[in-house]
Design a protein around this ligand. Sequence first.
Ligand code: ADP
Ligand code: NI
Length: 217
Amino acid sequence: MNKESILKQTEEYVRKKMEDESSGHDWWHVYRVWKTAVHIGEQEKADLFTVQLGALLHDIADHKFHGGDLTVGPRVAREWLEGLKVEEGVIAHVCEIINEVSFKGAGVETRMHSSEGMVVQDADRLDAIGAIGIARAFAYGGYKGLAIYNPDIKPAEHETFEQYKNNKGPSINHFYEKLLLLKDLMNTKTAKKMAEERHRFMEQYLDRFFKEWEGEE
Ligand code: ADP
Ligand code: NI
């Protein structure tokens, strides 16, 4: 099978599998990461076949919906790609990307081991910030029953993935625990540039949020 039909079939498979989720982790998140990854990958001269498979499959089986099991994603992806007779080198690379890509807390190192992985991680992180990132944070908070804000609960720096995962703080804290940190964690030059305006927009948003909270504006 040629690369184009592998990508097309993977797109359809992922879309069908994710279409019903309402946690902000839906098909359209994957769609945006995919498009953004292609854009960054072109600039960074990464292998676009691997980048696209990695982006399309990066959230295929979220540990948050599998009792924290981080091995489900790569396993499901491998099964799918083997079914399409993708060569082993590419499968291994895509599975490595899926395994390494997710944010596990501000104090937990998550370094990618290939430029294709860096591209996918940057695209995933760009979708967590800016106007879309704000919408996703509150969508996630609503899904989890979190408060939008509570001045009595201070943001925390999560030293372990366990702490980050079990966090029940208000959605606004998530900006300080993750979203505002992402700009400086971008791997590629292209994504660093794209992150600037999105970051600025979140800062302006938070500024207004706290003024409105105190009835000042
Ligand atoms: P990603 O696919 O970007 O790795 P995650 O699975 O970590 O995303 O989370 C899905 C979305 O929900 C992201 O936009 C993320 O920022 C947001 N989110 C994750 N944890 C929280 C939280 N504790 N409060 C608010 N938003 C959150
Ligand atoms: Ni994602």
